[in-house]
Design a protein around this ligand. Structure first.
Ligand code: NAI
Length: 246
């Protein structure tokens, strides 16, 4: 098993890509903390995983709130004895063109997608530094690399995640902690399913593989970056997008 005995926090773990990652990591022997704001779904999925014999525990967290994140990480360490892997996967969209964009929606997306990543890493990293080992995986997006119509806020937040990833790779490489990002392409989750089918069809035609990603496609990339197989991969942004732009 590729993550045997490792403690992994996956934020935004109750739905979509994060949920697939909770399953893949637990299948590979990790003790998974599913951190999410959505308590109803989180508890339901925790019960489902436990019924399959997978070690997944739900803990509620709002990644935008530093005090709340501190309590969440402290509880994780109390339960599990430490943290080996942090996947900063929680993210939201509030799409509209710049002209129509409500400043509150601009701020909310930055709060979750950018400040949330800062908060979780800031609080979890001391537990990795004390072991001189760890894996941090941040979720960016194709939108953060190439920009996207109607996604001023989202693209800005996801581009900033790349900047933070590379800065942390420089800061924490000497502490034995790998820091990388994954930039998913269009992936079949609630985030994409709320888009009109016509837009989704247009997306598909721009993908070399001519299909949307499955959440497990992205979870498998997280898994690689969380495992020892990627120990010399550092400060990298792994595009998992079916070949959108090459
Ligand atoms: P999703 O909407 O299915 O799941 C996101 C999860 O984050 C939900 O469980 C939600 O409750 C949680 N969450 C939202 N705000 C939170 C907060 N303040 N604190 C804690 N948890 C919170 O989204 P999906 O599609 O699974 O996306 C996962 C990540 O992948 C996100 O960072 C997203 O931006 C990124 N991504 C997704 C793509 C897609 O096509 N689905 C494409 C590129 C990137």
């Amino acid at each position: 098993m590729r993550l045997s005995g490792k403690v992994a926090i996956i934020t935004g773990g109750a739905n979509g890509i994060g949920l697939a990652a909770c399953e893949r990591f637990a299948e590979e022997g990790a003790k998974v903390i599913m951190g999410d704001f959505d308590e109803v779904t989180g508890k339901k999925e925790e019960a489902f995983f436990k019924s399959k014999g997978l070690d997944v525990t739900f803990l509620q967290v709002d990644v935008t709130n530093l005090k709340n994140v501190t309590a969440f990480v402290t509880k994780t360490v109390e339960l599990m004895g430490g943290i080996d892997i942090l996947v900063n996967n929680a993210g939201i969209t509030r799409d509209s063109t710049l002209v129509k964009m409500d400043p509150a929606d601009f701020q909310r997306v930055l709060d979750v997608n950018l400040t949330g990543v800062f908060n979780c890493t800031k609080v979890a990293i001391p537990y990795m530094i004390e072991k001189n080992a760890g894996k941090i995986i941040n979720t960016s997006s194709v939108s953060g690399i190439y920009g996207n119509f109607g996604q001023t806020n989202y693209a800005a937040s996801k581009a900033a995640v790349v900047g933070m990833t590379k800065s942390w790779a420089k800061e924490f490489g000497r502490k034995g902690i790998n820091v990388n990002a994954v930039a998913p392409g269009f992936t079949r989750t609630a985030m994409v399913e709320k888009m009109p089918e016509k837009v989704v069809d247009q997306m598909k035609s721009s993908i070399a593989l001519q299909r949307l990603g499955d959440p497990r496609d992205i979870a498998n990339a997280y898994l690689f970056l969380a495992s020892d197989e990627s120990n010399y991969v550092h400060g990298h942004v792994l595009h998992v997008d079916g070949g959108i732009i090459m």
